[in-house]
Design a binder for this molecule. Structure first.
Ligand SMILES: *[C@@H]1O[C@H](CO)[C@@H](O)[C@H](O)[C@H]1NC(C)=O
Ligand SMILES: *[C@@H]1O[C@H](CO)[C@@H](O)[C@H](O)[C@H]1NC(C)=O
Ligand SMILES: *[C@@H]1O[C@H](CO)[C@@H](O)[C@H](O)[C@H]1NC(C)=O
Ligand SMILES: *[C@@H]1O[C@H](CO)[C@@H](O)[C@H](O)[C@H]1NC(C)=O
Ligand SMILES: *[C@@H]1O[C@H](CO)[C@@H](O)[C@H](O)[C@H]1NC(C)=O
Ligand SMILES: *[C@@H]1O[C@H](CO)[C@@H](O)[C@H](O)[C@H]1NC(C)=O
Ligand SMILES: *[C@@H]1O[C@H](CO)[C@@H](O)[C@H](O)[C@H]1NC(C)=O
Ligand SMILES: *[C@@H]1O[C@H](CO)[C@@H](O)[C@H](O)[C@H]1NC(C)=O
Ligand SMILES: *[C@@H]1O[C@H](CO)[C@@H](O)[C@H](O)[C@H]1NC(C)=O
Ligand SMILES: *[C@@H]1O[C@H](CO)[C@@H](O)[C@H](O)[C@H]1NC(C)=O
Ligand SMILES: *[C@@H]1O[C@H](CO)[C@@H](O)[C@H](O)[C@H]1NC(C)=O
Ligand SMILES: *[C@@H]1O[C@H](CO)[C@@H](O)[C@H](O)[C@H]1NC(C)=O
Ligand SMILES: [Cu+2]
Length: 578
C-alpha cells in the first residue's frame, strides 16, 4: 500500500499490530585518552569514549532499557547526560554533575540505567562536567517500537547520523580553566566538524579529515542531525539539495520543506535529504557544510572573524565519475537572524491538541549576560561598570547559578536536607521591570548579579508556563535554553519585550512544536509550557557551555506525586560519592 505523507500517525496514535519485546541495549563506555591529529596539529590527546570521535551511537527501540557502564579512564572527573531522555523513575541517571550526581572520579565507574519510554527520534549523549563534552558526545537514536515501518512518514531507504561539533587545537579543559580564572569567554573554535572531521575548507585540512557520505541515486535518505557544538548555533546546507524536516528534538513535526536547517547546541533535526532534479539524473559530488550563526558579536571583533569558518563533509553518489571538486552550497550570512527565525518559528507538531490549557505556575524569566564581583582566584577582573573589579556572569532573573561542591542537589532533596546545598527561592519574576531589549536598556542594578544555588519548587503534575526574555544588559544573544527531564511546547517566540497583554494572542495552542531546547531569539523572547509530572531535580540551562559556566541556569525541584511510582526512587548503590 502506498504511504502518503499526510495520513500517517506517530506512535502515540498508531495501532501497531505486532509489538516487539522490549530489549536491553547494553554498552560499556570507556571515557579515556584518544590520540588524534587534526588540522595539521601534531598528535594531541583528547578525552573520548571508546577511542572514537564522535563516540558510539546508541540505537534502541521505544520502550527498551538502556544500560551504559561508564568507566572513567580519563584524568578528569566525568559524567554523561542523556540529552532529551525523560528519565522517568530514573532521575539518578540524568547525569549533570552536582545536580543529579557527584562526578565519577578518574578510575571510577557508574552504570546508567534508564528506559526510553514514550519518546522516539534522534537524541544524543554528552559529558556534563565541564567542556569535556567538546569531544565526549555521540548519538542516541530511539526507533519506533514497530520498526521503521511505524514512522509517521514514508520509510527512508537509509538513515545517516550527522553530528555537528566544534574543534579546538588546544586542550578544552585548559581553555575552560582559563575562562574560569580570567572571567573571559573561551576563544571561538578553530574548526566546525561533521562527524568529528573539519572537512576541506581549512588551510590545514589533511588527508582523511573529511567525512564522506556515500549515497545511491534514487534512494531516499533521512539525516539525523545533532548539534553537539559547545557554543555555536549552526546553519546547515547541502549543495543542490533541500530538506523535508520531519522531527526536531525527537518530536515529530509536520513535514517542513526548507533549503537550510538551523540548529542550536542541544537541538536535533531529522530531515529527508531531497536532491534537486538534476542530481537525480547525474549523481555527482556535493558539499554538506555548516557555518556559525552569531547573533551577538561585533563583526569587527577580529577573533570572531577568524572563527567564521566553514566545516564540511562530502556527499558522493555511487558511480559518480566526475573529477571536479564537489559543488559548494551558498550559505546564509553569519548574522542572518531572519532565516533563523523563519526556520525555528515555522515548525509545528505533527499531532495537534496536546497542549495543557490551564496553567498553575506562571514564570517570567530574564536570560542575561552580566557581571559579578571578581573572586580571589580570578586573574583578569575588568574595570567594567557598574563596579570596578568585575567579571562576566550570566543569570536567570538576575540569579547566577553556582553548583554545590559537596553534595548533589538530588541527594540533598532525597535526604530532605537542602541546608547548605540549595535554597527554594528562585524568583518567578526579575527583581526589576525595565526595557529589557532596547539599545539603551543597561541598568546597573540588573547588570550586576550575585552567585547562588536557587531552585523553583513545583508541585507534582503542575503545569508551568515560562516566558524566557532575553536582555541586552551586556549583549543581546540567542540563548539555547535546555530543560532536563521534560519536553515543552514552544507556544510563541518573537523579538523585543514580551507584552503580557498583547502577546498571548500569538500563542499556538493547537500544534506548537515540542522540544527540549529552545533558541530564545536574540533580543527577544520565547514562551514554553510543560507539565511537571516527573519528580526529581531538573536542570534548565543555556546549552552554550561558555554561558553555563558563567551561571546561566536554574534547577526545578519537582515534588513527589501520590504513589510510589510517582515518587523519587532511592539512589542506585553505585552512585558516585563526592
Ligand atoms: C592521558 O593523557 C594525559 C595527558 O593529557 C596523561 O597525563 C595521562 O597519563 C594519560 N592517561 C593514560 C591512561 O594514558
Ligand atoms: C589551529 O587551527 C587553525 C585552524 O584554523 C590552524 O590554522 C592552525 O594552524 C592550528 N594551530 C596549530 C598549532 O596547529
Ligand atoms: C523499565 O522497563 C523495565 C522492562 O520493561 C521495567 O521492568 C522497569 O520497571 C522499567 N523501569 C522504570 C523505572 O520504569
Ligand atoms: C567499578 O568500580 C568498582 C568499585 O570501585 C570496582 O569494584 C569495579 O571493579 C569497577 N568496574 C570497572 C569495570 O572498572
Ligand atoms: C580514514 O578514517 C577512517 C574512519 O575514521 C578509517 O577507517 C580509515 O582507516 C582512515 N584512512 C586512513 C588512510 O587513515
Ligand atoms: C534514477 O532515476 C532517474 C529518473 O527516473 C533515472 O533516469 C536514472 O537512471 C536512475 N538512476 C539510477 C542509478 O537508478
Ligand atoms: C550582517 O553583517 C554584515 C557585515 O558583516 C552587515 O553588513 C549586515 O548589515 C549585517 N546584517 C544584519 C541583518 O545585521
Ligand atoms: C514561515 O515561512 C514562510 C516562508 O518561508 C514565511 O513567509 C513565514 O513568514 C514563516 N513563518 C514565520 C512565523 O516566520
Ligand atoms: C579599578 O581598580 C584598580 C585597582 O584598584 C584601579 O587601578 C583602576 O584604576 C580602577 N579602574 C577604574 C575604571 O576605576
Ligand atoms: C495530572 O493532571 C491532569 C490534568 O490536570 C489530570 O488529568 C491527571 O489526572 C493528573 N495526574 C495525576 C497522576 O495526578
Ligand atoms: C502592552 O501592549 C499594550 C497594548 O498595545 C500597551 O498598552 C502596553 O503599554 C504594553 N505594555 C508594555 C509593558 O509595553
Ligand atoms: C572532582 O570531583 C571531586 C568529587 O566531587 C571534587 O572533590 C573535585 O574537586 C573534582 N575535581 C575537579 C577538577 O573539579
Ligand atoms: Cu547562553
Amino acid at each position: 500500500m502506498a504511504r502518503s505523507w499526510s495520513l500517517l500517525l506517530p506512535f502515540a496514535l498508531a495501532l501497531v499490530a505486532s509489538v516487539a519485546q522490549a530489549a536491553v541495549v547494553e554498552h560499556t563506555f570507556n571515557v579515556g585518552n584518544l590520540s588524534i591529529s587534526q588540522l595539521c596539529q601534531p598528535e594531541m590527546i583528547i578525552t573520548a569514549v571508546n577511542g572514537q570521535l564522535p563516540g558510539p551511537t546508541i540505537v534502541a527501540s521505544e520502550g527498551d532499557t538502556v544500560v551504559v557502564h561508564m568507566v572513567n579512564e580519563s584524568p578528569y572527573n566525568a559524567t554523561i547526560h542523556w540529552h532529551g531522555i525523560f528519565q522517568r523513575g530514573t532521575p539518578w541517571a540524568d547525569g549533570p554533575a552536582m545536580v543529579t550526581q557527584c562526578p565519577v572520579l578518574p578510575g571510577g565507574n557508574y552504570t546508567y540505567r534508564f528506559n526510553v519510554t514514550g519518546q522516539e527520534g534522534t537524541l544524543w549523549w554528552h559529558s556534563h562536567f565541564s567542556f569535556l563534552r567538546a569531544t565526549v558526545y555521540g548519538a542516541l537514536i530511539i526507533k519506533p517500537r514497530g520498526g521503521a515501518k511505524a514512522y509517521p512518514f514514508p520509510k527512508p531507504d537509509e538513515e545517516k547520523v550527522v553530528v555537528l561539533g566544534e574543534w579546538w587545537n588546544a586542550s578544552v579543559y585548559d581553555l575552560q580553566q582559563n575562562a574560569l580564572h580570567t572571567g573571559q569567554p573561551a576563544p571561538p573554535a578553530n574548526a566546525y566538524t561533521i562527524n568529528g572531521k573539519p572537512g576541506d575548507f581549512y588551510n590545514c585540512s589533511a588527508l582523511n579529515q573529511t567525512h564522506k557520505f556515500e549515497l545511491k541515486q534514487n534512494k531516499t535518505y533521512m539525516l539525523r542531525i545533532i548539534n553537539a557544538a559547545l557554543n555555536t548555533p549552526l546553519f546547515f546546507k547541502v549543495a543542490n539539495h533541500s530538506f523535508t524536516v520531519v522531527a526536531a528534538d525527537a518530536c515529530y513535526t509536520k513535514p517542513y520543506k526548507t533549503d537550510v536547517v538551523v540548529i542550536s547546541p542541544g537541538q536535533t533535526v531529522d530531515a529527508f535529504l531531497v536532491p534537486d532534479a538534476g542530481v537525480a539524473a547525474v549523481g555527482g559530488r556535493y558539499y554538506m557544510a555548516v557555518i556559525p550563526y552569531n547573533s551577538a558579536v561585533n563583526a569587527l571583533n577580529p577573533e570572531f572573524l577568524y572563527s567564521l569558518t566553514t566545516g564540511s563533509a562530502v556527499v558522493e553518489y555511487a558511480g559518480s565519475v566526475t573529477t571536479l571538486p564537489p559543488v559548494r552550497p551558498q550559505l546564509p550570512q553569519y548574522n542572518d537572524t531572519a532565516t533563523v527565525h523563519r526556520f525555528l518559528s515555522n515548525l509545528t507538531a505533527l499531532v495537534p491538541n496536546r497542549v495543557p490549557l490551564a496553567v498553575d505556575t506562571h514564570m517570567f524569566v530574564t536570560v542575561s549576560m552580566g557581571d559579578t564581583v571578581c573572586g580571589p582566584d580570578q586573574t583578569m577582573c575588568m574595570p567594567n561598570p557598574p563596579i570596578n573589579g568585575t567579571i562576566f556572569a550570566s543569570s536567570m532573573n538576575n540569579a547566577s547559578l553556582i553548583l554545590p561542591k559537596n553534595t548533589s542537589m538530588l541527594e540533598a532533596l532525597y535526604h530532605n536536607n537542602a541546608d547548605g546545598v540549595y535554597t527554594r527561592d528562585f524568583p518567578d519574576t526579575p527583581p526589576l521591570v525595565f526595557d529589557y531589549t532596547a539599545d539603551a536598556s543597561d541598568t546597573a542594578t540588573l547588570k550586576f548579579t550575585t552567585k547562588s544555588t536557587k531552585v523553583k519548587t513545583l508541585p507534582y503534575n503542575s503545569t508551568v508556563q515560562m516566558v524566557l526574555q532575553n536582555t541586552r544588559l551586556v549583549s543581546k544573544e540567542s540563548h539555547p535554553m535546555h530543560l532536563h527531564g521534560f519536553n515543552f511546547f514552544v507556544l510563541a517566540q518573537d523579538f523585543g519585550n514580551y507584552n503580557e497583554t498583547t502577546d498571548p494572542a500569538k500563542f499556538n495552542l493547537v500544534d506548537p512544536q515540542e522540544r527540549n531546547t529552545v533558541a530564545v531569539p536574540t533580543g527577544g523572547w520565547a514562551v514554553i509550557r510543560f507539565v511537571a509530572d516527573n519528580p526529581g531535580m531538573w536542570f534548565m540551562h543555556c546549552h552554550f557551555d561558555a554561558h553555563l559556566d558563567f551561571g546561566l541556569g536554574m534547577v526545578f525541584e519537582v515534588q513527589d506525586g501520590p504513589t510510589a511510582e510517582t515518587s523519587l526512587p532511592p539512589p542506585p548503590s553505585d552512585l558516585p560519592q563526592c
